[in-house]
Design a protein around this ligand. Sequence first.
Ligand code: NAP
Length: 227
Amino acid sequence: MAQKTVLIAGASRGIGLEFARQYAIQGWKVYAGVRTPAKATELMRVKGVEVIPLDVTSANSIAGAAWHADEDPLDLLVVCAGLYGPETQGFLAPGNEDFDAVMHTNVLGPMRVIQAFADSLISRRGKIAVISSTMGSISGTTSATGLLYRASKAAVNMVAKCAASEYGPRGLTVVSLHPGWVKTAMGGPNAQIEAYDSVLGMRGVLDRVGPADNGAYLNYDGTPIPW
Ligand SMILES: NC(=O)c1ccc[n+]([C@@H]2O[C@H](COP(=O)([O-])OP(=O)(O)OC[C@H]3O[C@@H](n4cnc5c(N)ncnc54)[C@H](OP(=O)(O)O)[C@@H]3O)[C@@H](O)[C@H]2O)c1
């Protein structure tokens, strides 16, 4: 069987690093996109991973990374880079700087990354995983905690849905995934699951989904999440 290729945007640590590790172990060709390659020391030690510069807030950086996918068509794109921003309790509007940083990373970044890699994926009838969160579920929201992050994840869900509408008819399957509450820098030490189990679950989901699931919003165990 031909070797499969994945590009992970935001692979320096946390869930993205774990995706790189697991796909490399499975024998995939892994492009691990990170904004500061020199700092991604743990990732550098993973055998079979090609670390490439990719800052999702920079159009130039995305264009540079997309060059790899022109050479080497992708079967899977995982858009994982994310920023939580201010850890607010209650309804507290962010300042401009926080708003720009979170929205550029969590929303504009995925828009540009998906657009840049779509053609490469289409040639392989590939899949796109947008790593979202249940905090982006509008119908599931009962608290204003992390207001800016919630708004960004609701917005990126729409980005995923629009990508599904645009690229589904051309053979792609696009899904929004909630990774669970994961023990990473973002999830913190009290989180419920290890990155290993989150990624193992999401890999299983990504393996199983096909065109009939295009545009779905799923938990890391495959359970549908209400929008
Ligand atoms: N952990 C959880 O419980 C949880 C729950 C729901 C959803 N999520 C989502 O899962 C994804 C991964 O989260 P995580 O827990 O692994 O977080 P994390 O440990 O804080 O890691 C965040 C990752 O995003 C990268 N990143 C941030 N800005 C970037 C940029 N401009 N360009 C490229 N990479 C960038 C970081 O790179 P640097 O090393 O350069 O900063 C790092 O690799 C995020 O989208 C997050 O919202 C996480």
